[in-house]
Design a protein around this ligand. Structure first.
Ligand SMILES: Nc1ncnc2c1ncn2[C@@H]1O[C@H](COP(=O)(O)OP(=O)(O)O)[C@@H](O)[C@H]1O
Ligand SMILES: [Mg+2]
Length: 265
């Protein structure tokens, strides 16, 4: 957070994503049907709901890695204007600051961790990403930043090729950080991670949000949701049916009945 001329702390301006009548069906079955909804009202928003509720599909629709059947999704940058994301190619999303974790994206059979991340760091910005390897200044700049993130997550050997699912997950989060998102979508970023690494992921998410990035996180580890999120959206059967502060969502009858179960509250 910054401070204004009077010294008062001012919240950083964040982008928002506007979803308007977004519908997606597979084989005649509607899996997403989201009316007018704004994402990014709060710095960190949780998106929860039962398996199959449409959370991942909604994120894919935002990234335009899946096309909408109808409706529109746009980015509202803090300075004004509107970018119609649903007519942009997925490859342009990082350029607009919209970044999503992908779980498994990098080919570690051929490239080292460092080289994979170097390429990932510039994929949204360079026409020819491989040029990062021949431009010393760019290489140095990104290398330092990558080392910083790898050290934080405890990667000691950056020249490895084969990695566990958990390591790939963390490296995908590092990739997201390197892309300098203004709007970050995280789909189950801590699934399968041990507690200490889950804490670290939460720390970087908090830091990003404090610096002005809007974050939407899907997570089944509800401790992460309750601890991290300023606001929670509850999705069921393709629609966002409730939103509110974590406490009110946690104790809401519908959420308990459809998702949390009676023993939870
Ligand atoms: N590519 C696809 N083809 C057919 N059905 C799909 C496809 N992707 C998702 N679905 C279906 O859409 C529904 C919502 O899935 P998803 O968005 O992955 O839910 P969530 O992430 O909330 O668990 C599920 O019933 C799923 O089977
Ligand atoms: Mg999912």
């Amino acid at each position: 957070m910054g401070a204004d001329a009077t010294g008062a702390v001012v919240a950083p301006a964040r982008p928002q994503i506007r979803i308007s009548g977004a519908v997606k069906s597979y084989a005649g079955r509607v899996v997403v049907n989201v009316d007018d909804t704004i994402l990014g009202n709060s710095p960190i928003e949780g998106l929860i709901g039962p398996n199959g509720a449409g959370k991942t599909t909604l994120m894919r629709l935002i990234m335009h890695s899946t096309p909408l059947d109808s409706g529109r999704i746009s980015l509202l940058p803090p300075g004004g204007g509107e970018v119609l994301l649903s007519s942009e190619p997925t490859s342009r999303m990082a350029h607009h600051g919209v970044v999503k974790s992908n779980q498994v994206i990098m080919d570690f059979d051929r490239l080292t961790i460092l080289d994979s991340l170097l390429l990932a760091a510039v994929e949204g910005r360079y026409e020819q990403p491989h040029r990062v390897f021949s431009e010393r200044a760019a290489l140095k700049r990104h290398e330092d930043e990558i080392r910083h993130h790898l050290d934080f997550f405890g990667f000691t050997d950056r020249t490895t090729f084969a990695l566990s699912a958990g390591e790939k997950k963390l490296l995908d989060i590092v990739r997201c950080l390197l892309l300098k998102p203004t709007f970050l979508l995280l789909d189950e970023p801590t699934a399968g991670l041990p507690e200490d690494l889950t804490e670290k992921v939460m720390t970087v998410v908090r830091e990003l949000a404090a610096a002005g990035t809007a974050v939407v996180i899907v997570e089944h580890d509800l401790n992460v949701i309750w601890n991290l999120c300023d606001e929670v959206l509850f999705m069921a059967e393709g629609s966002v049916i409730l939103r509110g502060d974590p406490q009110s969502i946690r104790s809401n009858r519908t959420v308990v009945e459809k998702y949390l179960g009676e023993g939870h509250v």
